[in-house]
Design a protein around this ligand. Structure first.
Ligand SMILES: [Zn+2]
Length: 774
């Protein structure tokens, strides 16, 4: 890992040049890394590649309430996380909110919570382990939506799909192609301990391994019994329909928090939509003479199906209006996104207005609020429309068609309406005739989107290699470029912390079943060019190239940042990424600088009271707090006795807690001290020290060399960014560290990071008593 990183740096160094619009950085270094590859690269050796175990595998996990979380899961985003990872994690939570009843809330002191941190690699425990702080790692290269969804599915109680008890009916495991030391990753879980929740084997699960995982060479390790699923397994786009069914069954979900309504007009009841007053009406049609010839949902593929709603302005009189009103909806107050497909063959002065009719006591018949007016004019194709709404009460969505003065030959047609309590994507890039374009575009040729403006005012565009780079011709590649725009003089440069969400839309009619392929990247204002002379995200006039658009306009385009392995062509042809020979990209560029600030800690961690220590003393809580004063006492105690003590894991946890605490009046009692000393005599524990801690230790070491002993193994392991070590530190030294680190009696949060190393917890005799189960 380190080696390849150096090689990469060296390689870039050789070709170092000024940044131009041709410069491209691949966030995944040109490889389609799956979780297993990332973790192997990071030197991790976990069960099934990315599963941490608290206890022997024989325990059942998925069966039994004990391992379930409440449907609202408390989380804490650790400061160690990369900014882009934080943004991606929050987007993944949005997918859970939209498609399941699982919600995520910032940790407010609940007993059990998920601590998301930047470990080396992507991994999680399976199920709620009820250990208080349960770690889930989103390390480098793990910041992809599908990977984050995958790790959280582990945490929620799911194993890998190919470890199902019945998997041998569906896949062949190629044992002789698996690396010898990785064969145990392909074990099955007995159906006495793990349940498939009545859902058939799912090749498309986001929890399924890829065909090449743990391969010794270039041959697959998993061969699907039905050949056409070979390229389906291992998808990391997002939840499959079966993933959702299982999750919703496990947690008894009946609704989600942000989904509101979806309608494709296939059912005769037209989703409960009603018509307003007046002569002009919307009609349910499957074809209209002047177009559309088919609906959007089925594109005419299904006989006897395929409906949409049509308002014919050609048969209406000037000034006539037709209202199509949704049933009563009860969205969460706040922003909502209304998405629908519109096919317009209307005259230029015909108008489609999008209203919301809100009901309250003062407005028993509803009060109309206008959100968007779409002027007519023939479009001749189904076009995605995104409308941001802001509804706070019971409401209907109202589509009002208005006939203008000019002669019309058609009208407005609507299909595939979705409403959810989420923000709409900011921009749509509709690529027409994509199959034809792919047929004539060679690998290495880039197609650029129009330029768009972010809400903060930055101008950007996205470049897509339909047939990939010549180094990766089986993939579509995609890169974000900042471009010069109208606000550049007023904007901050280098562009700070704007997260781009680039999604290829799966044009399924129901938003809950869409498996859009996402790539997120974030502009880090400190990022330099490879030769260190320029800021990567600086003003495109400085770090870009002059470009002339097809319409003759001239602008500057900065360097590109993205991935050469966005989506394989085989996946691109799957689902509804291409529909009616069109592809649709959704783009947003959002300011995430608020995520620079650490997530605030819950009240309970800030104000622990002395009773916690008494409890600790009796072996109870995992969230005990040691304050500086207590450390002083320990230090004094320590000077009175031996110089060096071994700190075990629990002690480290206490110190970590201390490190997050405010000064506090607590008195250590003799029992507590005895407990610490006893702990100190137990087996040496394994712990990870982060680089900040190491620096502090070194500093401490220099100021008082006789008071600290770090063993050599540990230094070596830390350098290799790997986990285990025996930490032998004198408490006196810790007193020093804390003394140095604290200002006004407060300790910084980054002093200690503790990682549970497999095996270490079983070795620790008092573990059971330190972790309480409710
Ligand atoms: Zn996994």
């Amino acid at each position: 890992m380190l080696h390849s990183f150096l090689v990469l740096l060296f390689g870039l160094g050789l070709t170092a040049a000024r940044l131009t619009s041709e410069t491209e950085i691949d966030v995944d270094e040109g490889r389609d890394w799956d979780i297993v590859d990332i973790n192997e690269g990071a030197g991790l050796d976990l069960l099934e590649g990315d599963i941490k175990l608290e206890e022997p595998l024989t325990r059942n996990i998925i069966i039994g309430d004990k391992y379930r979380w409440p449907t609202t899961v408390p989380y804490y985003l650790e400061e160690s996380l990369e900014m882009n990872a934080k943004g991606v994690i929050l987007k993944a939570f949005d997918q859970y909110r939209l498609k399941t009843c699982i919600d995520f809330k910032p940790w407010k002191g609940e007993k059990n919570y998920i601590s998301v941190f930047n470990g080396s690699g992507c991994f999680s425990y399976v199920g709620n382990q009820r250990v208080g702080k349960q770690q889930l790692s989103i390390g480098s290269y793990c910041d992809h939506l599908g990977i984050v969804e995958h790790e959280f599915l582990h945490a929620l109680g799911f194993w890998h799909e190919q470890s199902r008890a019945d998997r041998d009916d569906y896949v062949d495991i190629m044992w002789d192609q698996i690396k010898p030391d990785k064969k145990n990753n392909f074990k099955k879980h007995d159906d006495a301990v793990s349940t498939a929740l009545g859902v058939p084997y799912d090749y498309g699960s986001v929890m399924h391994y890829g065909k090449m995982d743990f391969s010794i060479g270039s041959e697959p390790t998993i061969v699907t019994k039905i050949p056409q699923f070979m390229d389906v397994i291992g998808q990391r786009m997002g939840f499959s329909a079966s993933d959702l069914t299982k999750l919703n069954r496990l947690y008894n979900c009946t609704s989600s928090s942000t989904f509101v309504d979806s309608c494709d007009f296939e059912e005769d009841n037209i989703c409960g939509t009603i018509q307003g007053p007046g002569k002009a009406k919307w009609k349910r049609r499957s074809s209209v003479r002047g177009g559309p010839k088919t609906d959007f949902t089925n594109m005419g593929q299904c006989q006897g199906k395929g409906y949409f709603m049509h308002f014919s302005t050609s048969s209406a009189k000037t000034g006539h209006q037709a209202f199509l009103e949704s049933r009563w909806l009860y969205p969460k107050p706040g922003v909502q996104c209304l998405q629908f497909f519109l096919y317009s063959t209307a005259a230029a002065d015909d108008v489609l207005n999008i209203w919301v009719r809100e009901y309250d006591q003062a407005n028993a018949n509803g009060k109309l609020k206008l959100f968007k007016s779409i002027s007519g004019g023939v479009q001749g194709s189904w076009e995605l429309q995104n409308v941001n709404l802001n509804v706070t009460k019971k409401a209907r969505v109202v589509f009002q068609g208005v006939r203008g003065k000019r002669q019309s030959k058609g009208g407005f047609s609507l299909d595939d309406i979705n409403l959810s309590s989420t923000k709409c994507p900011q921009h749509i890039w509709h690529i027409r005739n994509i199959k034809g374009q792919m047929a004539k575009t060679p690998p290495g040729k880039k197609l650029f989107s129009p330029r768009f403006l972010s809400t903060a005012g930055y101008s950007f565009q996205v470049g897509v290699y339909l047939n990939g780079l010549s180094s990766n011709p089986d993939y579509m590649a995609l890169y974000l470029h900042l471009t010069s725009g109208p606000n550049d003089k007023k904007l901050k440069w280098p562009c700070p912390w704007q997260m781009a969400t680039m999604a290829l839309m799966d044009q399924q009619s129901d938003i809950r079943q869409q498996m859009n392929m996402h790539q997120m990247i974030t502009t880090d204002p400190n990022k330099k060019s490879s030769d260190g002379t320029e800021f990567f995200w600086d003003d495109p006039r400085k770090v870009g190239s002059k470009v002339t658009d097809s319409d003759g306009s001239v602008y500057y385009r900065g360097p590109g940042y993205g991935t050469s392995t966005f989506i394989t062509h085989s996946r691109l042809r799957s689902r509804n990424f291409i529909k009616g020979d069109d592809a649709i990209f959704l783009f947003s560029l959002e300011d995430i600088s608020h995520l620079l600030k650490p997530q605030s800690l819950p009240h309970s961690a800030l104000h622990a009271d002395a009773s916690l220590f008494k409890a600790a003393d009796q072996g109870a809580p995992e969230e005990a707090v040691i304050n500086p004063k207590m450390l002083g006492l320990l230090k004094a105690a320590d000077q009175g006795t031996s110089q060096e003590v071994v700190i075990n894991l629990n002690m480290l946890m206490l110190l970590k807690a201390a490190d997050q605490s405010a000064p506090q009046e607590a008195v250590i009692n003799p029992n507590m001290l005895m407990l610490l000393k006893a702990a100190d005599q137990s087996a040496p524990q394994e712990a990870v020290i982060n680089p900040n801690m190491l620096m502090l230790l070194k500093a401490a070491d220099q100021s008082a060399p006789h008071e600290a002993v770090i063993n050599l193994n540990m230094v070596g392991l830390i350098t290799a960014c790997v986990a285990a070590a025996v930490l032998v530190v004198s408490l006196v030294m810790i007193g020093n560290i804390c003394g140095k680190k604290k200002g006004k009696g407060e300790l910084s949060d980054d002093v200690l990071i503790i990682k549970h190393v497999p095996g270490s917890l079983e070795e620790y005799p008092t573990k059971g008593s330190f972790f309480t189960t409710p």
